[in-house]
Write a protein that binds this ligand. Structure first.
Ligand SMILES: *[C@@H]1O[C@H](CO)[C@@H](O)[C@H](O)[C@H]1NC(C)=O
Length: 186
């Protein structure tokens, strides 16, 4: 246990600085009932995120696809300082009884981070939540609104924020992701 905390803390520290940690353990929001992973696969664009990372890239998208071994291939890309950057990770369903609670890792060195699908209609938008307890004293969390298109109606975004808020997740600092000028120049 000690070893894993020692491993995780340096990874969390920069996040904790970029993000305001909240006291207490992670909230336990409800997730998408009867989640069907197959319908969730494919391409999603990042519409909004928490925390605000102003220095980060734009045109962020993620593709989910099944691998032969039953795990999920997670390919993300962003345009940062004029360059297309890609990142590949692995997703798993950790408990078959909780199919909407994925774990995603972007390196063999890091543990699976929670990647919970709180709500999705599969063909327009999805709400993702990731929370990590630090010593049960405080937690650091991430939230995303994803879209099947590069933009979503404001009404959809407002409803998504309401769902987070009703799950005791503070999304007041959520910011819109930049998805402009993505299909032309890099
Ligand atoms: C996602 O898939 C689409 C369509 O196959 C492809 O054009 C795009 O480059 C992929 N993006 C990533 C990040 O893998």
């Amino acid at each position: 246990m000690k070893a894993s905390i020692a491993l995780i803390l340096p990874l969390l520290l920069p996040l904790a600085i970029a993000q305001i940690p909240h006291w207490g353990p992670c909230p336990e929001p409800a997730v998408q009932p009867n989640f069907v992973l197959k319908k969730f696969l494919g391409r999603w664009y990042e519409i909004a995120k928490l925390p605000a990372q102003f220095e980060k890239g734009r045109c962020i998208e993620t593709n989910f696809s099944m691998k032969a071994d039953g795990t999920i291939k997670v390919s993300s890309s962003e345009i940062l300082k004029g360059e297309l950057r890609t990142l590949e990770g692995t997703g798993v369903v950790e408990d078959i009884k909780q199919p909407a609670k994925l774990g995603i890792s972007f390196s063999y060195l890091t543990p699976y981070s929670p990647y919970w699908i709180l709500s999705t209609d599969y063909d327009k938008s999805a709400l993702i939540y990731s929370c990590t307890d630090v010593l049960r004293l405080f937690h650091v969390d991430f939230a995303w609104i994803l879209g099947r298109t590069r933009t979503l109606p404001q009404d959809t975004i407002n409803k998504a924020k309401d769902i987070f808020t009703n799950s005791n997740i503070d999304v007041s600092r959520m910011i819109a992701s930049r998805q402009q000028g993505c299909d032309k120049e890099i």
